[in-house]
Design a protein around this ligand. Structure first.
Ligand SMILES: C[S@@+](CC[C@H](N)C(=O)[O-])C[C@H]1O[C@@H](n2cnc3c(N)ncnc32)[C@H](O)[C@@H]1O
Length: 431
C-alpha cells in the first residue's frame, strides 16, 4: 500500500468530513501491518493537521482555484506532499514521486500533483515570504482562534499559538499505591528510558522521548499511566481525605479518576459519571489495569435527579467539557473542527453542570472545577459568574509555584513547564 495515499485517505476524513483525527487514525491505521509504516503514516497525518493553515495557504497559492469538495483526498495528498517537502527529512525527489504514485485511483490528478509539488520546490522561498504577510498562515491557526486568544491574552497569545504547534512531551503518572517516583525512574533507566521528575507535581515524570506504553516497566500491571502533569495536578488539588465520598463528573477516559484513587486509598467510595457510554468503558478498563475500584455510571452530569438520589459528596471534581484549547498540541484537529459558536455552547453546558454539581456537595465540601482550556469565558469568567450567583460558595486560593494566579482560579498556559494548558478553581460550600 502507498503510505502517502493511506495518510491522504485518513486526512480526507478530517479535512473533508469533519471527523476527529483520532477516530480517522483508529479506522485507517490498522490496515497497515508494519509498525514502522503505521508510525510514518501517523507522523504524516499529525504533521499535516498541525501545520494545516500554513500548508493550506501555500497550496491555495499554487493551485490558483480550489479543488472540488469530492476531491478532498487529492487536496489531502497535496498537503502530504507539501508537508514532506517543508518539514520532513525525506529526499525531495522521493517525496514527489511517491506522492504522485498515490494518485493511481484518480489518474487525472497525476499531472496536477506532480506540477504543484515541483512548482513548490521552485517557489518555496517566495511562498514563505508571502505567508509572513498573511496572519492566518503566519500564525498557523484560523483567524477566529487567533482573535479569541489575542483578546484574552494580548501579551501572551503568540507564545500560546507557538506552543500549540509543538509536539507535546510524554508524561507519566507513577501509581503511588505500587511504587515511588524515584524507584520508577530507576526502573526506567534500567530499560534505557530517560526521564525527569517534574518539580511541581509529585507523581509526574517527563520522558526525554516518547516510547510505546508496552516498553514501560510494569505498565500492564498498573505501575504507571500516561498523563500530562497539568492534568495530574487535579488529584493533589482535590486533596480527598480518608472516608470521603468523591464524585468525578465528566470522568472518561478516567485519567483523573485513577489519580484520585491512587492518591487516597481510604476513600469511602468514588462515583465516576460520563455521558458517553463508550468512553466510560475506557474508565473501567483503566481502573482494571490499575487494580482500582469505582462505581461508573453513564449519565448526564447536569441531570443529577436521574441518578444521584439522596447521595451527597465531600469532594467533587468537575472536569468540564471544554474547547480543548489547552491541548491543541495533542489534538491539532481542534483547530480545524471547532467553530466559533462552540465556545458559548460549551460555556452554557459548563454552567449547567456546575450548577447541578453544587447541589450534590455537602456543606463544607470542596468542588474542584477544571478545564483543559485557556479561554477565559470557560474558566475565570465562568467561576466569576458562579460565585456572583451562589452566596454559599467561597473560593479557596490555590497557592502554587505553577500557573498564573487569576482573579478566580489558576491558569496554566500551554507550554508552561512543557505542560498542557489547564485551568483550576477550588470552591468550598458554606457550612
Ligand atoms: C475533558 S473530558 C474528561 C477527561 C477525564 N476527566 C480524564 O481525566 O480522563 C470531558 C468529558 O465530559 C464528558 N461529558 C460531556 N458532557 C457531559 C455531560 N453532560 N455529562 C457527563 N459527561 C459529559 C465527555 O464525554 C468527556 O468524556
Amino acid at each position: 500500500m502507498n503510505l502517502r495515499g493511506c495518510a491522504a485517505q485518513i486526512l480526507a476524513k478530517v479535512i473533508g468530513d469533519g471527523q476527529s483525527l483520532t477516530a480517522a487514525l483508529d479506522h485507517g491505521l490498522p490496515k497497515l501491518k508494519d509498525t514502522k509504516d503505521r508510525a510514518f503514516v501517523q507522523a504524516l497525518c499529525y504533521g499535516v493537521v498541525r501545520h494545516y493553515y500554513a500548508l493550506d495557504f501555500a497550496l491555495s497559492k499554487l493551485l490558483g482555484k480550489p479543488l472540488k469538495a469530492k476531491d478532498a483526498d487529492i487536496k489531502a495528498l497535496l498537503l502530504v506532499g507539501l508537508y514532506q517537502l517543508q518539514h520532513m527529512r525525506v529526499k525531495a525527489h522521493a517525496a514527489v514521486s511517491e506522492t504522485v504514485a498515490a494518485t493511481s485511483h484518480k489518474p487525472w490528478a497525476r499531472g496536477l500533483v506532480n506540477g504543484v509539488l515541483r512548482q513548490y520546490l521552485r517557489e518555496a522561498e517566495n511562498l514563505l515570504q508571502a505567508a509572513e504577510q498573511d496572519p492566518q498562515a503566519r500564525l498557523n491557526h484560523p483567524q477566529w482562534i487567533v482573535e479569541t486568544l489575542r483578546r484574552d491574552w494580548p501579551e501572551r497569545y503568540e507564545k500560546i499559538l507557538h506552543a500549540n504547534d509543538q509536539a507535546a512531551p510524554m508524561f507519566l503518572r507513577v501509581n503511588q499505591r505500587q511504587t515511588g517516583r524515584d524507584a520508577y525512574l530507576d526502573q526506567l533507566a534500567a530499560q534505557g528510558i530517560a526521564g525527569q521528575p517534574v518539580d511541581c507535581c509529585s507523581t509526574a515524570i517527563r520522558l526525554d522521548q516518547a516510547v510505546a506504553v508496552e516498553q514501560l516497566p510494569g505498565f500492564g500491571e498498573g505501575r504507571v499511566s500516561v498523563q500530562d502533569s497539568a492534568a495530574q495536578l487535579a488529584a493533589e488539588l482535590l486533596d480527598a481525605q480518608a472516608g470521603d465520598w468523591v464524585l468525578d463528573l465528566c470522568a472518561a477516559p478516567g485519567g483523573k479518576t485513577a489519580a484520585i484513587l491512587e492518591r487516597q486509598p481510604a476513600l469511602a467510595g468514588l462515583v465516576a459519571i460520563d455521558v458517553d457510554a463508550q468512553r466510560l468503558q475506557r474508565v473501567d478498563a483503566n481502573l482494571a489495569r490499575l487494580h482500582l475500584q469505582a462505581e461508573t455510571l453513564v449519565a448526564d452530569a447536569g441531570q443529577p435527579a436521574d441518578w444521584a438520589g439522596q447521595r451527597r459528596f465531600q469532594r467533587i471534581l468537575l472536569d468540564a467539557p471544554c474547547s480543548g484549547f489547552g491541548v491543541i498540541r495533542r489534538h491539532p484537529d481542534i483547530k480545524l473542527l471547532r467553530r466559533p459558536e462552540d465556545i458559548a455552547a460549551l460555556q452554557a453546558t459548563q454552567a449547567r453542570i456546575l450548577q447541578a454539581a453544587w447541589q450534590l456537595l455537602i456543606p463544607g465540601g470542596i468542588l474542584l472545577y477544571a478545564t483543559c482550556s485557556v479561554v477565559k469565558a470557560e474558566n475565570e469568567q465562568q467561576i466569576a459568574a458562579f460565585l456572583a450567583a451562589h452566596k454559599d460558595a467561597e473560593e479557596l486560593p490555590i497557592d502554587a509555584h505553577w500557573g498564573l494566579p487569576r482573579p478566580h482560579g489558576r491558569q496554566i498556559l500551554t507550554g508552561e513547564r512543557q505542560m498542557d494548558g489547564f485551568y483550576y478553581a477550588k470552591l468550598r460550600k458554606a457550612v
